[in-house]
Every structure is written in C-alpha cells, then in structure tokens.
Design a protein around this ligand. Structure first.
Ligand SMILES: *Cc1c(COP(=O)(O)O)cnc(C)c1O
Length: 396
C-alpha cells in the first residue's frame, strides 16, 4: 500500500500535481470559495442563518427579481419548455431569440444583433473571429479577463495600453502591425471608472483601427434609454462598429450579444466559434431579457433611483473619510491595499449583515486589494445609510 504522498494511479497522480497550486493560494490567503446564498428578494440574501443586505450583485436595476421579468420567463417556459435543445444554427433559435435580437439591434441603434450564451463567450468569439495571425489586438490593461483570453485565442499580437490612457493607445496604434482591433471595457468591472471613449474613438479613426466596446456594466445603467457609456459619449455605430453587451447584469437575465452592421453579424454567425458550437440559451431566458429591455427603455425610474443611491453612498462615505475610487457608476470600490485586511473587513461587514465582496489578486494587481460595493436601484435609502454607518465604524 502506498501513502497519499506516493501516487500509484492516474487519479492520484493528477491530484498530487494539482495540490501545490491549491496550497499556494491557501498560503497566500487568496483561495476562493463558493458560498451558497438563498435569495429572498432583490437585495436580501440568507447567509449562515442570517439575513444580509447584498452589495455584491450586478443586478443594477433590480430587474432579476422584477415580477414582469419573472412572469415573462414563466410564460415562455410553459410555451417552449426548458432547454433550447440545440445550437442557434441547428434548431435552437426560437421566436423569443429572434425577437430579442431584433429588439437589441433597435435599442442599440445597430442594423443587427447576435446572441451569445455568455459575455465571456461573446468576447472569445469576437476576438477569434475578427483578429488573426499578423493582426493586432490592442487592449486596455484592466480589460475583463474574457477579452484578454480572447486575445490568446485569436493568435493576433496582444498589445496592452495603460489603463484608460488614450494617448498611450495612440502610441501603441502607431506601431501596431496588421489590422488593428481595439477592445475596451466601457465601465471597468473592478474600478467602476469609465473609459475615455471619445478620445479612444478619435485615435481609432486616425489610425484606421476598429473599435469594440464591452458594455457589460454600462448597458442599462448609462446613456439615453440606458444604451450604455458609448451612447452617453455621443458615439454611434460609425465610431463603435462592434458593440458588445451582457444580459446577466443590469438586464437581470442571462447571456450576451454583439450588435453592429448586418455584415458584421452575418460574418460572426459564420466564423465566431463560440457562437456556432454551443447550445442556445433557453427561450425562457430570452423572454425574460426581452421584458428587461422593455423596462430599461420605457422606465427611467430604476436608473434615477440608482443614481440617487450612488450619490448618497459617495457623499456618506466621503464624509467619514472612507477612501473611494473615482467612479460615478454602481461599482464603488474602497481602497484597502493588502489582501488580508480586505478579507477581514469583508468578514466583519458580513457579520454585521452586509455582503460586500473583497477583491484580491489575481483579479486585481498585488497591493490594490479593495472592497467592492455594488449598488442597485433595489436598495433603499435606509440600506445605503446602514452600510455607510457600518463602514464608518469598521474604518476606525
Ligand atoms: C461580466 C463581464 C463579462 C462576462 O459576461 P458574462 O455574461 O458574465 O459571461 C464580460 N465583460 C465584462 C467587462 C464583464 O464585466
């Protein structure tokens, strides 16, 4: 018999190969873990037997629990069944998917839209389909992991520019070989700041580069009708030919899409492997998102409510000397620095009934660990007031 340190079958050998990596994350205090939450409402979750106010969700408009969204999903579930059963190009494309694509195109002011199963996959598919060997993918240093991973997949040269630095982008573009595809988050997911999209678009124009904007955190939240940060900056399809949005954040559902010219969408449908080779999302999901889009477009109430909560949080936190980062979006990070105290703060907040995520390396650079508060239109004024009071107490 061999002990656990002497693997004698392939399964044990695999575990033995993986164990040091796990031990390393553990030793650095960086090991991540799933926690299980029972959701009670848009902002309340049950965790370890206590009710907590959730400040960790991307449900910025409170649509995930909106009765109109839920009812649309239930109706479609009865009409179409559970799963889509196949990829979009086989038999998985339902009337709900078709209607949603048309509505997303209209909403974003583009000729056409194409659904992807997740934002992660949309970004992989875009990078892989639109850039190849000999081309340049030019990306903000703090872009979402899916854009960076898409860069690897494309086999194009991956060129990074300093975060939100349009002048550095300009320099990078001057020497970038091949076709140049510039990709940027509109709202940065860990910092909450907004890319200088107007300047970026100008440099793309000057260098004949293509601009792709990932509106995962902008769509529904910013701009007229919630059409995102690019629309807010006055940029349309001519400046931003490749528009990517996700449907699992402010839209309250699940999935993602790319919007652009008819030609772009036709091309992606042929060449984006992450679109072609995967099962379509359930029709009920498309139906829920359709309801979310309609609310987003017609009702400014949730956006106004969200803006009021953001202003309230910033004012309150600043009054107590809590170091915020420059953000006017629902993502409001609080700078801490080292990972261990950040985690300790997050734990103490949870014990006080507030769920606030600790963000640590490798998600953010070493030494920039932070608490990340995300606000929602579903939070009440009292919710935010209570959070600020708890933070103020812990901060001392
Ligand atoms: C969340 C996110 C994604 C991924 O979207 P999913 O639908 O969750 O896979 C892509 N880009 C950015 C900037 C994001 O924040």
């Amino acid at each position: 018999m061999s002990g656990p340190t002497e693997p004698d079958n392939p399964a044990q050998r695999l575990d033995a190969r993986l164990a040091p990596g796990l031990a390393q994350r553990e030793a650095e205090g960086l090991r991540r873990q799933t926690r299980t939450f029972q959701r009670r409402s848009a902002t309340r979750v049950q965790w370890q037997g206590r009710e907590c106010i959730n400040f960790c969700a991307n449900d910025y408009l409170g649509l995930a629990a909106d009765p109109r969204v839920v009812a649309a999903g239930e109706q479609a579930l009865q009409a179409h069944g559970a799963g889509s059963g196949a990829a979009h190009l086989i038999t998985g494309h339902s009337p709900e998917h078709a209607a949603l694509e048309a509505e997303l195109a209209e909403w974003t002011g583009r000729e056409a839209a194409l659904l992807f199963s997740t934002g992660y996959m949309a970004n992989l598919g875009l990078a892989q389909a639109l850039a190849g060997k000999g081309d340049s993918l030019v990306q903000d240093k703090l872009n979402h992991a899916s854009l960076i991973d898409g860069g690897q997949l494309s086999r194009a040269r991956l060129i990074r520019y300093h975060h939100a630095d349009a002048e550095h982008l300009d320099q990078r573009l001057a020497t970038a070989p091949g076709h140049r595809l510039v990709m940027t988050d509109s709202v940065f997911s860990m910092d909450g700041d907004i890319a200088p999209l107007k300047q970026i678009a100008n440099h793309c124009q000057a260098h004949q580069a293509t601009l792709m904007v990932d509106e995962a955190h902008g769509l529904g939240v910013l701009g007229p009708e919630g059409r995102g940060a690019a629309a807010e900056a006055g940029l349309g399809p001519a400046q931003v030919p490749v528009f990517m949005g996700t449907l699992g954040k402010a839209l309250g559902g699940f999935g993602a899409f790319v919007a652009g010219s008819r030609t772009l969408i036709d091309y992606l449908q042929q060449y984006a492997r992450a679109y072609v080779y995967t099962t379509a999302t359930p029709p009920s999901v498309a139906a829920m998102v359709r309801a979310g889009v309609a609310i987003c477009r017609e009702d400014t109430g949730p956006r106004d409510q969200l803006a009021a909560r953001i202003a309230q949080f910033r004012e309150g936190a600043e009054a107590h000397g809590i170091p915020l980062m420059p953000s006017r979006t629902p993502i409001q990070p609080i700078r801490v620095g080292e990972a261990a105290p950040t985690v300790a703060l997050s734990r103490a907040l949870a014990e006080a009934g507030f769920l606030v995520q600790a963000i640590r390396p490798p998600t953010v650079p070493a030494g920039t660990a932070r608490l990340r508060v995300t606000l929602s239109a579903a939070h009440s004024e009292a919710d935010v007031e209570a959070l600020v009071a708890a933070l103020a107490t812990l901060w001392k």
